[in-house]
Design a protein around this ligand. Structure first.
Ligand SMILES: Nc1ncnc2c1ncn2[C@@H]1O[C@H](COP(=O)(O)OP(=O)(O)OP(=O)(O)O)[C@@H](O)[C@H]1O
Ligand SMILES: [Mg+2]
Length: 224
């Protein structure tokens, strides 16, 4: 269960203050798939970073299974990000000198998963997102944008996170591949009770999730 109460994230730039997230409250139970749409600059990436504990809100609380992640110390934060969260970045953030498989194995290494299991799981995940055996052995610079995006999705799933936060995970994919990724995430929500929050510009995807939210100037509204 994710419970967000009155979070704000203010950025100072010179004399100006930008309220990127401006008093957002919502909750999502385990196993629900939610989407967030909103115009460029409406605060979507900022909100996801707060939920993933990559950034701290200026005020407000974010509870995951009853624990307020805005209050965690550095050690607990690392554990939270590594074990509970699967984050798909808008800009992928793959490690350029590691192959696709090694990128997916990296978070498992941090979590202490054995070498053989890491390798097997990485290959399985990369096959699930539709990469070929040859592509799995390539470094990001030799993969297309959509293939890199799918490696980033496989990496986010590596440690079987409770909460998947994905920033436009299908932004670079054709509609058929996008649907495959949507089905994969939807399947995880239902079979593993994973909570999934995707930021998307794809209204077709947004229309098919269990919940649909819209961000406008840092404020969140539930649609439908
Ligand atoms: N580190 C920062 N310092 C100052 N302002 C910031 C910072 N990060 C984001 N902002 C501002 O906060 C607002 C929300 O940014 P955010 O990246 O969350 O938007 P977004 O909805 O993800 O947009 P996009 O669809 O373009 O990715 C924008 O006005 C942006 O300029
Ligand atoms: Mg963004």
């Amino acid at each position: 269960m994710l419970e967000v109460k009155k979070i704000k994230r203010l950025f100072k730039s010179g004399d100006l203050q930008v309220a990127a997230v401006n008093g957002v409250s919502f909750s999502v139970p385990d196993g629900q798939f939610a989407s967030i749409v909103g115009r460029s600059g409406s605060g979507k990436s900022t909100l996801l970073s707060l939920l993933g504990a990559l950034d701290k809100p200026t005020s407000g609380s974010i509870k995951v299974d009853g624990e307020d992640i805005t209050q965690l110390n550095d050690h607990s934060l690392i554990r939270y990000r590594c074990q509970k969260i699967g984050f798909v970045f808008q800009s992928y953030n793959l490690v350029p000198n590691l192959t696709a498989a090694e990128n997916v194995m990296l978070p498992m290494e941090f979590a202490g998963v054995g070498a053989k299991e890491r390798q097997e799981r990485a290959v399985t995940l990369l096959q699930q997102v539709g990469l070929t055996e040859n592509e799995i052995g390539r470094k990001p610079g030799r993969l297309s944008g959509g293939q890199q995006q799918r490696v980033a999705i496989a990496r986010a799933l590596a440690n079987k996170p409770k909460l998947i936060l994905a920033d436009e995970p299908t932004g670079n994919l054709d509609s058929q591949t996008g649907k495959m990724i949507f089905d994969l995430l939807h399947g995880l929500a239902k079979s593993e009770k994973t909570t999934i929050i995707v930021v998307t510009h794809d209204l077709e995807i947004a229309g098919k999730t269990d919940r649909a939210f819209q961000l406008k100037d840092g404020k969140l509204q539930e649609k439908k």
